[in-house]
Every structure is written in structure tokens, then in C-alpha cells.
Write a protein that binds this ligand. Structure first.
Ligand code: ZN
Length: 191
């Protein structure tokens, strides 16, 4: 099976872990990079497609046109690999829970406080499906942990607990996860 030309680029999986980052600017212009390799779009075990090479270029196209489809990339600039034809094990290792460009490009909520005022903590999935967040105690911060059904539940509760113990009203916690918080979710529009 080859990907449908009408497939939206936003539904293809972003090949990098974490939130979307683009190191190119302007409009996608293939003539500007004549020596660039084709954009590699590879099939995953579940049937989803992922960009193995060319994530920045796909990001550029989507920034100008969020509804762009595969047909917006000239045929000679795409290399399609079906499952089994590419090194999916390396991708599974680097990026075990890929998510779509649509998800990865979603705007992050703006920070309420400058980084210097924020408290940094960790968040991880717990074995029962919930999320466990904590702030490691330091000289100025107590050790506080919280459990929630969703990452935002855990974060809100953690902020409340920290606000109570520090006797401050406006606490902003920035949580970092050491492993993906969610499993790969298939892009429904391909089925
Ligand atoms: Zn999938």
C-alpha cells in the first residue's frame, strides 16, 4: 500500500521526539536545496506513515498551509518506504511514541511566569495508567509529589501542594518527562 496523495501532511507522524522544532525559515522551495535528499516517508508497523528524513521541510510546508497534502510535494522529492523496507527499529528506539505533525505543532501554552521564577520538576507515567509528578526538594523548595489521571491533573495538584507548603499563591511548575508520556496514537484519517 502506498500513501494516498490526499493524505494530509499534518496526519503524518513527526519523525523527532518531543515538540516540533523547525530549523528552516521562509517558504519551502525545493530549488533552493537542489542537493537535498528526497523527503523520506516510511510506513510504520501499524500502518501510519512517519517522516524519517525531511521533517524540517514538511514543517515549512505545514506552517504556510496546515491543510497541505502529500500531493503538495513533487513526486521526485518524495521517497516512500513501506514497512520492512526501512530501519524502523532505530526509529522505535529514538522515537518510541511518534505523534502526528498536527499534535507536535500544537501551540504550547504560554508560560505564566519567567523561567527564573518557575520551579522545575519531573513527570512520568505510573504503572496504573496515571501520571506521577514531583519536585525534588532543595534548600529552598520542599520535596512535593502529586498523582493525577492526566498530566495536567498531576501538574495542577503539584502546583497546589507546592503553593501551600511555600505559602505562595502563584506557583508555576515546569515538568520534564524522561520518557514519552503517551503511546503512539494512530492517525485515524489513514484508515
Ligand atoms: Zn499508528
Amino acid at each position: 500500500m502506498s500513501p494516498d496523495k490526499a493524505m494530509k501532511l499534518a496526519d503524518i507522524m513527526y519523525g523527532h521526539e518531543g515538540k516540533f522544532a523547525c530549523h528552516l525559515s521562509g517558504r519551502y522551495n525545493p530549488d533552493k536545496y537542489p542537493k537535498a535528499p528526497p523527503i523520506q516517508i516510511c510506513q510504520m508497523h501499524c500502518g501510519c506513515w512517519i517522516v524519517a528524513d525531511g521533517n524540517n521541510r514538511v514543517g515549512l510546508i505545514l506552517r504556510k498551509n496546515p491543510d497541505a497534502t502529500l500531493a503538495d510535494i513533487p513526486d521526485h522529492l518524495i521517497a516512500i518506504s513501506r514497512y520492512g523496507e526501512w530501519d524502523h527499529e532505530t526509529m522505535d528506539w529514538i522515537n518510541p511514541s511518534p505523534r502526528s505533525f498536527r499534535d507536535a505543532m500544537k501551540k504550547q501554552p504560554s508560560k505564566r511566569l519567567a523561567d527564573k521564577d518557575a520551579v522545575h520538576g519531573l513527570i512520568e507515567r505510573s504503572e496504573n495508567g496515571g501520571f506521577y509528578a514531583c519536585v525534588i526538594g532543595t534548600r529552598n523548595t520542599p520535596h512535593v509529589s502529586a498523582y493525577g489521571k492526566s498530566p495536567s491533573d498531576a501538574k495542577i495538584l503539584l502546583e497546589q501542594k507546592l503553593a501551600t507548603s511555600l505559602n505562595r499563591s502563584n506557583i508555576c511548575v515546569i515538568l520534564t518527562s524522561l520518557s514519552p508520556l503517551f503511546d503512539h496514537q494512530c492517525s485515524s484519517s489513514i484508515f
